[in-house]
Ligand binder design. Sequence first.
Ligand SMILES: Cc1cc2nc3c(=O)[nH]c(=O)nc-3n(C[C@H](O)[C@H](O)[C@H](O)COP(=O)(O)OP(=O)(O)OC[C@H]3O[C@@H](n4cnc5c(N)ncnc54)[C@H](O)[C@@H]3O)c2cc1C
Length: 414
Amino acid sequence: MNDQTADVVVLGAGIVGVSAAYAARQRGLSVVLIDRREPGSETSYGNSGVLSSGSISPLNKPSLWSALPKYLTNRHPALRWDPAWAIRNIDWIVRFLANATPSQIKPRATALHGLIGASLKLHREWIVQADAAARIRETGWLRVWRSDAVAAAKQEQALLAEYGIASQLLDRQAISALEPDIVPIYSVGLLHTQTASVDSPGAVVKAYARMLAGSGGQIRQSDIKAIVPDGEGWRVVLADGAIKARHVVVALGPWSAELLRPLGYRIPLAFERGYHQEFRPNPARSLQRPIHDAEGAFVMTPMEQGIRITTGVELTSRDAPSSFAQLDQVIPVARGVAEFGEAVGEPWRGARPTLPDSLPMIGPAPQHSGLWLCFGHQHIGFTTGPASGVAIAAMIAGTPPPFDAAPFSPGRYL
Ligand SMILES: Cc1cc2nc3c(=O)[nH]c(=O)nc-3n(C[C@H](O)[C@H](O)[C@H](O)COP(=O)(O)OP(=O)(O)OC[C@H]3O[C@@H](n4cnc5c(N)ncnc54)[C@H](O)[C@@H]3O)c2cc1C
């Protein structure tokens, strides 16, 4: 059987790959998008659904140092870690911590602000074009503290303000006015007013994938086995055949590093795993928006199926068996805040793909022409997928991306 051919083959149909494929198609290129599952079935399915205007300050910031003693106990819901993994990956940990310095805040915040701003604009356009506008809620996202954390909230607000990102500082009464159905246990809140959320991230990715198919892009379901240089371009070997293309975009999220190894690339990608469990909502006691309990280390999002509780970070290997310790810790705490019914379905686990500087790779592979890398979007990939994909399509076409992509260059690690 002859190999299929295309201008661009995109590997991975999460939010990042679907976006890259759609953007390439919009430029008139023939596109095949490949995934072994349906679009939006993995990390892009199980996240908290926050389209965050304010996530410009990655986890490895200076305040991480003062939090380390409590994380070292390995009992905190914000961070669990596997000691054996930590020993094997000490190099990644050292590089991650080396970025948690004051001098590293501004450059990364500036870079992420550009990426996030461009991406939110695209999400707001695409979700309408994809006939999924009913899924987006423009109600902001609420970060809350039980303790008197006014200073911490003000510090966050000041950083956001430097970038023109609006937020409102709230006291207990103002929090109750916004969320009348939660127990008034939070004394401080910061409402990110320009943040939106969706009621089913997986359904949004599927809607974008339908938009891609409607514009003439092809979606093929198959297991990707290898990426092999082939003359001027590439041959992507699948479980059921192969595709030849001038350009290949690797958008495999937490699975991106393996297929690049045989090409000589050693990607320092780690996995900030996270879990969710959904619960039947109580129609008489609803949530208006995602709420992040900063000290309890969980997010509660009202979703199509019910209330989704998502956990903090578990640092271990991507495929290690699940540990539900963090879910077990936070669910009773969440029940003390909001009223919801019994669990719906099984707990879900995913892996946030993270590079040591917490910035994704968006750009050309340094040693190969026509090979494009687009992964490592850590906690904010659902937000930043669209502009990441649009940037790759722009680079393929030789035009400038809609934000400064230099800080995301794969060359910084490869
Ligand atoms: C608990 C949790 C909460 C989060 N909350 C938010 C949030 O509120 N807002 C936000 O912006 N981000 C959030 N994130 C982060 C976000 O979900 C990710 O950054 C984003 O989904 C990554 O998208 P992706 O397209 O790179 O990867 P994925 O969605 O994982 O897509 C990769 C695809 O590659 C496919 N694949 C892999 N290997 C192969 C192969 N060999 N052959 C064929 N197909 C293959 C997979 O099937 C998968 O569909 C959260 C993450 C977690 C875990």
